[in-house]
Design a protein around this ligand. Sequence first.
Ligand SMILES: Nc1ncnc2c1ncn2[C@@H]1O[C@H](COP(=O)(O)OP(=O)(O)OP(=O)(O)O)[C@@H](O)[C@H]1O
Length: 347
Amino acid sequence: MSDLILEVSGLKTYYRTRLKEKVFAVDGVNFALEAGKTLGIAGESGCGKSTLALSLMGFYFPPLHYDSGSISIDGQDIMKLSKEELRVRVSGREIAYIPQAAMNALNPTLRIISFIEDIMKEHRPELNRQQVRALAAERFETLNLPSKVLDSYPNELSGGMKQRTVIAISTILNPKVLIADEPTSALDVTSQKAVIRLMKNLLERKFIQSLVFITHELPLLYHVTDEIMVMYAGEVVERGTAEQMIFDPLHPYTKRLMGSIIVPEEGMKEQRLAAIPGAPPNLKQVPPGCRFADRCSWAVEECRSGAVSTVMSGEREYRCRFDEKTLRGWYANEAAEQDGADHTVST
Ligand SMILES: Nc1ncnc2c1ncn2[C@@H]1O[C@H](COP(=O)(O)OP(=O)(O)OP(=O)(O)O)[C@@H](O)[C@H]1O
């Protein structure tokens, strides 16, 4: 039996603009995630990460629309379910989603326990208030959150505590998949670490079975995730283990993205700060061929016009017309040229 928890195949979703144009922010995305694993999603702003996260819930509210593809959780394609079935059986139970800045969206007039009571009223109506409270207190203590937080109002909590509380509330039904969109942004380093510890704890205790983690902090992805998937202009351009993606990227966009890591982490080769020149294409008019071609140092004419397909290489995949040997050769030449330039400057 396969232990794939989440399988996404050919997923396409779009925003409909006021001029009735379709903006495909998720354009044919495929990936799978095994039980016990964490997938990190990286890419510049506007590449479609948040739209993918939202799309995975199966709920679509204008201007976001579903076009095609499947999203299977533990073998069940949730796109075949009705909205009601999604709401009752899937949302929160099978898959939970923590949007960006969720901690600031908590109703400030309600105590934390009220949010949990609301969830339980819908999903565990057989529990009375005392039982809900006992269950919530036990869960909070297990996750190293003081149970007195349950009686607090959101604004009485620090940013880090509020974020951990949001995560604890969102996972109270033990969803198989947790999708966290930038859960550590706007937090100080200590609070970031506490959030990461909490998410690892949820996995270890099997309160969740897999985690999809979106962040701009690439070094964090290395420490937290098993796999990394890089998106560019609505497409997945590369997916591999965290180790491969950071230390041996294949796609030129991944190469540039990883080259922009500012803070060298322990055990990581020092990276130079290099912003990627140019900007991603307008999703209303995506170019034919490779979408990264206009910003790629190695692009040739065919990259701009010819179809590009995804190449599988063992467990990893990348979307480029060139083979691994060619790509690695280019990167080695570039590194040698940079070393030469550094040497010239310093002598
Ligand atoms: N309501 C909307 N109508 C039209 N286009 C939209 C809408 N919301 C987002 N988009 C477009 O969809 C694309 C993907 O946006 P998305 O927010 O998913 O990217 P992202 O990678 O998550 O960015 P960030 O890291 O800034 O959150 C962008 O080009 C954006 O302009």
